[in-house]
Design a binder for this molecule. Structure first.
Ligand code: CMP
Length: 670
């Protein structure tokens, strides 16, 4: 932010030195202020003020298009200087002037493309002043548009960084591309004919009345060339689309464009349906004569013609009657072909839009369909199929996301934020996290993998080699001993599978999902990396593990193969007690002696020796946590202790929870 401001100021300075007056560098918005400031001084003569105003209008401003092209304000400033250097009266494509000019042209084009065919077909012999005024005005504006195009810089498709500002190059480019089409559609052809016709008819007024009428008609018909302005409309609209409707709106915009285009083509086709029979003088088998519309009001004629055209276009019918003569037949065919093409495009786009609206649900359905087909192909038993379908429903809940890919596309910081947010309920419910160092939590959480188990699934099998541990977000698991007895149950906020990772031995018990379980797993590699940098968390885990092992009748000392666990526990307990008492008496800085005792103890362990700093930090928080009455412990183990007195609906039909698994403050570390 600061940097940008500084660089902006720097550029301002540059401009002053380059162009003498700082006023020249002011943007169009600011220029009004600058201009009015200059006027009372009387130093600026009026024409120069106007010129300045206009030139400011021609400069690139910080609108959406400019920001897309140049990326930053600094680059925009640079572009302004470049534009100045290119000479006066060059309009930048990102300027305010061009924006409003395009907007006006857009309205005028639409008006032209709608009104012209109606005027030509239904008011053919009418040469009212309205028609002349309208044509005169629009022709003039379109001619001015050509001039403006000659002075407007060109954005290149391939190298959009550089806008062509050299007038010669612009002219060359324009002459090579759209100039002739624009010119033909803007030449006031009918006036040329009209002037010619006036001279002509004055002398042969009575004799050649019929001929004059025909020439008049021809002149009018020639103004059909103006419909070539459609190319301009398409160009302007697509340019706007690219800049202003990039995201979701773009699909709607495309559909909107398509519908408008269909209506416009229907409108033209309707006018054509009427124009051709009219030029033929309404033969008796033409549709106009059959419908007896020759003398009707133009609105009625138009309505029938439009109805006929739309019926063809949507391939619904022929209007009121099918075509009776060859001309009608061909006209019908033309409008059918053009309409059907548009219609096909429209259906394609609309389907695309609807599909893209709910892509995750569609992907889910596709995956499920594939799984179902696979199950049938492999002839899986019915029960297994039900379980697989259930798993799918529970795991993805109707929407499928490639989460790894989505997160992989984010920046590292964003990814971490998203993961932390997604795991917030887990962190809140796992006391082991709730009281731990935020750095530790963040490090663990970013490495977790979401997994779902169904009731009855064996999550961990006793005696196997373990490569991950689990945190329970939601659900209940049973710890089953080798004799089949359920030692205890763990629920939301607890963790299991850690003993194996701590000891590098085999799984000490089996773990079975009792309900649907939403778990997060942590692989052994990540487990070790994280716990290596947070040794106290390892200690906490080890103490819980020892307790758990004790409970299922195994030797608790296997969790710590590098030092004497009982000794360790006692020391930690002493420190914790000391810290707790310190925190309880609210003398927050009384940790020196405990730090010392920790260090003397740590001298035994080579791993923790490298991490004194972490130890001390963590100890402080643990001490405070203790003083408040909670220690980083699997919550469920505490919860179940409470729920023993008041059986909750969850454990009504369940084996009793073993008391020894619950937390007893006075015995846990001894
Ligand atoms: P691990 O040995 O890796 O695999 C089985 C897991 O069951 C074990 O880790 C512990 O996390 C868990 N476990 C074993 N005994 C108990 C117990 N008494 N209370 C709670 N969890 C236990």
């Amino acid at each position: 932010m600061n940097f940008r401001d500084v660089s902006k100021v720097h550029f301002g300075g540059d401009d002053v030195s380059l162009y003498g007056t700082p006023k020249e560098e002011l943007g169009p918005g600011q220029l009004c202020v600058g201009g009015s400031g200059a006027q009372p001084g009387g130093a600026e003569p009026k024409p120069s003020f106007l010129k300045n105003q206009l030139q400011a209008l021609f400069q690139p401003t910080d609108n959406k298009l400019a920001m897309k092209l140049f990326g930053s304000k600094k680059a925009l400033m640079k572009e302004r200087i470049r534009q100045k250097a290119a000479g006066h009266w060059i309009i930048h494509p990102c300027s305010n002037f061009r924006f409003y000019w395009d907007l006006c042209m857009l309205f005028l084009l639409v008006a032209n493309l709608i009104i012209l065919p109606v005027a030509i077909s239904f008011f053919n012999d009418d040469l009212s002043t309205r028609w002349i005024a309208f044509n005169c005005l629009s022709d003039t504006i379109f001619l001015i548009d050509i001039v403006v195009n000659f002075r407007t810089g060109i954005m290149q498709q391939d190298n959009s960084e550089q806008v062509i500002l050299d007038p010669k190059l612009i002219a060359k480019h324009y002459l090579k591309t759209w100039f002739f089409l624009d010119l033909i559609s803007s030449v006031p052809l009918d006036y040329i004919f009209l002037i010619f016709n006036q001279d002509f008819s004055e002398s042969f007024q009575i004799l050649h009345a019929g001929r004059a009428l025909r020439i008049l008609r021809l002149a009018k018909l020639l103004s059909l060339v103006r419909l070539l302005r459609l190319s301009r409309l398409v160009r302007y609209v697509s340019q706007w689309e690219e800049v202003y409707f990039l995201n979701m709106a773009s699909v709607f915009m495309r559909i909107f464009n398509l519908i408008s285009m269909m209506l416009l083509i229907g409108h033209w086709s309707g006018c054509l349906q009427f124009l051709v029979p009219m030029l033929q003088g309404f033969p008796s088998n033409s549709w106009v004569a059959i419908n007896e519309l020759q003398k009707s009001h133009w609105l009625e004629q138009y309505s029938w013609a439009f109805f006929k055209a739309m019926s063809h276009m949507l391939c619904i019918g022929y209007g009121r009657f099918p075509p009776q003569n060859l001309t009608d037949l061909w006209l019908t065919m033309i409008s059918m072909i053009s309409g059907a093409t548009c219609y096909a495009l429209f259906i394609g786009h609309a389907t695309n839009l609807i599909q893209s609206l709910d892509s995750s649900r569609r992907q889910y359905r596709e995956r499920l369909k594939q799984v179902e087909e696979y199950m049938a192909y492999r002839k899986l038993p019915r029960e297994l199929r039900t379980r697989i379908t259930e798993y799918f429903e529970h795991r993805y809940q109707g929407k499928f996301f490639d989460e790894e890919m989505i997160l992989g596309e984010l920046s590292e910081k964003l990814r971490e934020d998203v993961i932390n947010y997604n795991c917030r309920s887990l962190v809140a419910s796992v006391p082991f996290f709730a009281n731990a160092d935020p750095g530790f939590v963040s490090e663990v959480v970013t490495k977790l993998k979401y997994e779902v188990f169904l009731p009855g699934d064996i999550i961990i099998k006793e005696g196997t080699i373990g490569n991950k541990m689990f945190f329970i977000q939601e659900g209940i698991v049973d710890i089953v001993m080798s004799n089949g007895e359920v030692a205890t149950s763990l629920s939301d906020g607890s963790y299991f599978g850690e003993i194996c990772l701590l000891t590098n031995a085999r799984r000490t018990a089996s773990v079975r999902a009792e309900t649907y379980c939403n778990l997060f797993s942590l692989s052994v590699e990540h487990f070790n990396t994280v716990l290596d940098s947070y040794p106290l968390m390892r200690r906490t885990m080890e103490s819980v593990a020892a307790e758990r092992l004790n409970k299922i009748g195994k030797n608790p000392s296997i969790v710590s193969n590098r030092e004497d666990l009982t000794n360790d526990c006692k020391t930690v307990n002493a420190i914790v007690n000391a810290l707790a008492s310190v925190a309880a008496t609210e003398q927050c800085d009384g940790g020196t002696s405990s730090e010392e005792s920790m260090m003397t103890h740590d001298a035994h362990g080579h791993k923790s020796r490298h991490h004194h700093h972490h130890n001390l930090l963590d100890l402080g928080s643990i001490g405070k946590a203790l003083a408040k009455g909670h220690l980083p412990r699997p919550k469920s183990e505490n919860n179940f202790a409470l729920s023993l007195d008041q059986p909750s609906p969850l454990n009504r039909n369940r084996p009793s929870f073993h008391k020894s698994d619950t937390f007893h403050k006075d015995t846990s570390f001894q």
